[in-house]
Design a binder for this molecule. Structure first.
Ligand code: FE
Length: 138
């Protein structure tokens, strides 16, 4: 796996390498900012206890304790595991102003964050199941 200059552990791969690693469907979401159809993702109703990790690089992203049912059709969290595990970018696509959420280590697209979440943060991290894998507790 190619890394950058050593000042961080960021992961940089070419599109071809990502496509090979992820397969066509996950590539389209993680690397081309796609969105899975609402209600279809495998983690939408998932109630397991553990940590959700980046589907592209394995970085830990969200704890199951912060997952809640938003009714949106996508897995929703009110807080990332750590502020350092994600990055947020302005997204003006599809005639909307949204904030895109990406993995801070590999830059892969995870979903968006909205300000209509529950307490204590009031945030809703709306994340594609296809962008995640799951590590059970213990
Ligand atoms: Fe990642």
């Amino acid at each position: 796996m190619e890394k950058n200059d050593g000042s961080s552990d960021k992961i940089r791969l070419s599109d071809d390498e990502w496509r090979k690693r992820l397969g066509a469907e996950r590539f389209s979401i993680l690397r081309e900012k796609g969105t899975e159809r609402p209600g279809t993702g495998k983690y939408y109703h998932f109630k397991g206890q553990g940590v959700f990790i980046c589907g592209a690089c394995g970085q830990e992203l969200f704890a199951s304790e912060t997952k809640y049912d938003s009714g949106s059709g996508w897995p929703s969290f009110w807080e990332p595991l750590s502020p350092d595990s994600i990055e947020e970018h302005d997204d003006g696509s599809h005639f909307m102003r949204r904030i895109e959420v990406v993995c801070s280590r590999c830059g892969s697209h995870l979903g968006h964050v909205f300000e209509d979440g529950p307490k204590p943060t009031g945030l809703r991290y709306c994340i594609n199941s296809a962008s995640l894998d799951f590590k059970p507790k213990g």
